[in-house]
Design a protein around this ligand. Structure first.
Ligand SMILES: C[S@@+](CC[C@H](N)C(=O)[O-])C[C@H]1O[C@@H](n2cnc3c(N)ncnc32)[C@H](O)[C@@H]1O
Ligand code: SF4
Length: 413
């Protein structure tokens, strides 16, 4: 979205949150406790409602009992910001009661996922003066053990793959957590993160200094490498979630290593999430070039929610920065510089930026990009390998050329 009233885009909703500052979480006991913990940083009043059975205003109930129950629920629900845990978010009885009490979705009540992805940032800044981000992507290396043709990090286009400097990464993390009070998911990605020689030190640094500002500290692997025992100990110590991408649909020979990897991580009691990746979407090369007048509309429809932290900057669109890093774009200006952030005045504009606002209303790469799943229905099998490098020419933008050059070497920053 293009900024129209920078720093005030969410004033209306913010005022409503200030009025209904008490949070009520509805869900079963486990869900409610989990959400309660995730919200503790707000330092506001949070209550939970776990007696789901009481929501039963079934046909059999006498009118008088129904009235008493409805009144009771009204007292519990009114003047609060209500979060419906995922397990109950689509419960018809609950939605009927909320509707009868004239409570509205995205104003009075919120489904868990949407609340954490968007509304919590607004609530946090208006009610608690805190900056909450749903997630951030943080790349430690562009070196990879695979060469996926449709990689969102444009691996086959990048002739200068590199392990990023550890001190620069640490400094980025410091800058980030000076500005952001809490993040839902801090995601260390690549390239192949397990190929990064300093991955253990990086996780230790984040874990020691900022773990209490992160809900989920995560990383992701393509299943080609086995982490060392020492790395496993660190993953376990700092409660790092490891996502394992299973690309055996295109690379069946990886099955054995993936099993070994799962066993090893399980032995170390590490939280794993396996993703059987069957399809990738084709982000690039462009099926067509988007004309200038359609770029804002495209950016909004794409609704890309991933932003990358790099060199003290937050890049509006991950994929645009990855295209720049891989040499597809020759320059990139679509970022928010955290080094210029002044906590006393910029918090609201920073969360607006994180939720998709910026000065232009698009990023330059939108011109050439097919967009994410929201607007792009071109799917291909996951992890098809390119043989060599892919080359793209801005003068012939809908084509790429595959070279026979075997990928080799890497440069260091
Ligand atoms: C670029 S990878 C880097 C991490 C690691 N090398 C891996 O492949 O798991 C980060 C994530 O992007 C996903 N990804 C890459 N290209 C994709 C595409 N074209 N469509 C959908 N997901 C993609 C991968 O499956 C992975 O979960
Ligand atoms: S269209 Fe492409 S460059 Fe534009 S926001 Fe979406 S993913 Fe990013």
């Amino acid at each position: 979205m293009k900024w129209k009233n920078k720093g005030h885009e969410f004033d209306e909703l913010g005022a409503l949150f200030q009025k209904n500052s008490e949070i009520l979480v509805i869900g079963n006991k486990n869900d409610a406790e989990k959400i309660y913990k995730q919200l503790e940083f707000l330092n506001t009043k949070i209550s939970t409602f776990t007696d789901i059975n009481i929501l039963d205003l079934g046909h059999g109930l006498k009118k008088r009992i129904k009235q008493i129950k409805t009144k009771f629920l009204e007292n519990i629900l009114k003047n609060k910001t209500i979060i419906l845990a995922n397990s109950i978010a689509y419960n018809n009885r609950l939605i009927t009661i909320l509707t009868k009490l004239k409570l509205k979705e995205k104003i009075n009540y919120f489904r868990e996922e949407e609340f954490f992805n968007k509304f919590l940032s607004i609530y946090a800044v208006y009610v608690s003066d805190k900056v909450y981000f749903p997630s951030n992507c943080f790349i430690c290396t562009t070196v990879c053990t695979l060469n996926c043709r449709d990689c969102l990090n444009f691996a086959p286009y990048d002739k200068h793959k590199t392990h990023y400097d550890l001190e620069r990464l640490k400094s980025d993390v410091d800058t980030y957590f000076k500005c952001i009070d809490r993040v839902g998911l801090f995601h260390i990605s690549g390239g192949e993160p397990f190929s990064y020689p300093h991955i253990k030190e990086l996780i230790e640094y984040i874990g020691e200094n900022y773990r209490d500002q992160i809900d989920i500290l995560g990383t992701v692997t393509n299943g080609t490498l086995l982490p060392s025992d020492n790395l496993c100990k660190v993953l376990q110590k700092y409660d790092v979630r490891v996502e394992i991408d299973d690309y055996t649909i295109s690379l069946p020979h990886l099955k054995e290593n993936i099993n070994k990897l799962k066993n090893k991580l399980t032995q170390f009691n590490i939280d794993i999430q396996t993703n059987i990746a069957t399809t990738f979407y084709e982000l690039f090369p462009p099926k067509e070039i988007t004309p200038q007048e359609n770029l804002c509309k495209k950016f909004d429809a794409c609704n890309q929610i991933y932003q990358e932290l790099k060199n003290g900057k937050l890049y509006t669109c991950n994929w645009a920065e990855f295209a720049y890093q891989a040499g597809i774009l020759t320059e990139i200006n679509d970022y928010y510089d955290l080094n210029n952030f002044i906590a006393t005045q910029d918090k609201k504009e920073l969360i607006e930026y994180r939720l998709g606002f910026n000065a232009k209303g698009y990023v330059d790469f939108c011109r050439y990009c097919n967009g994410n799943q929201n607007i792009n229905k071109h799917f291909v099998p996951a992890a098809i390998q390119a043989k060599g490098y892919l080359e793209w020419d801005i003068n012939n933008p809908t084509e790429v050329r595959e070279t026979n050059t075997i990928q080799q070497g890497e440069r260091h920053e």
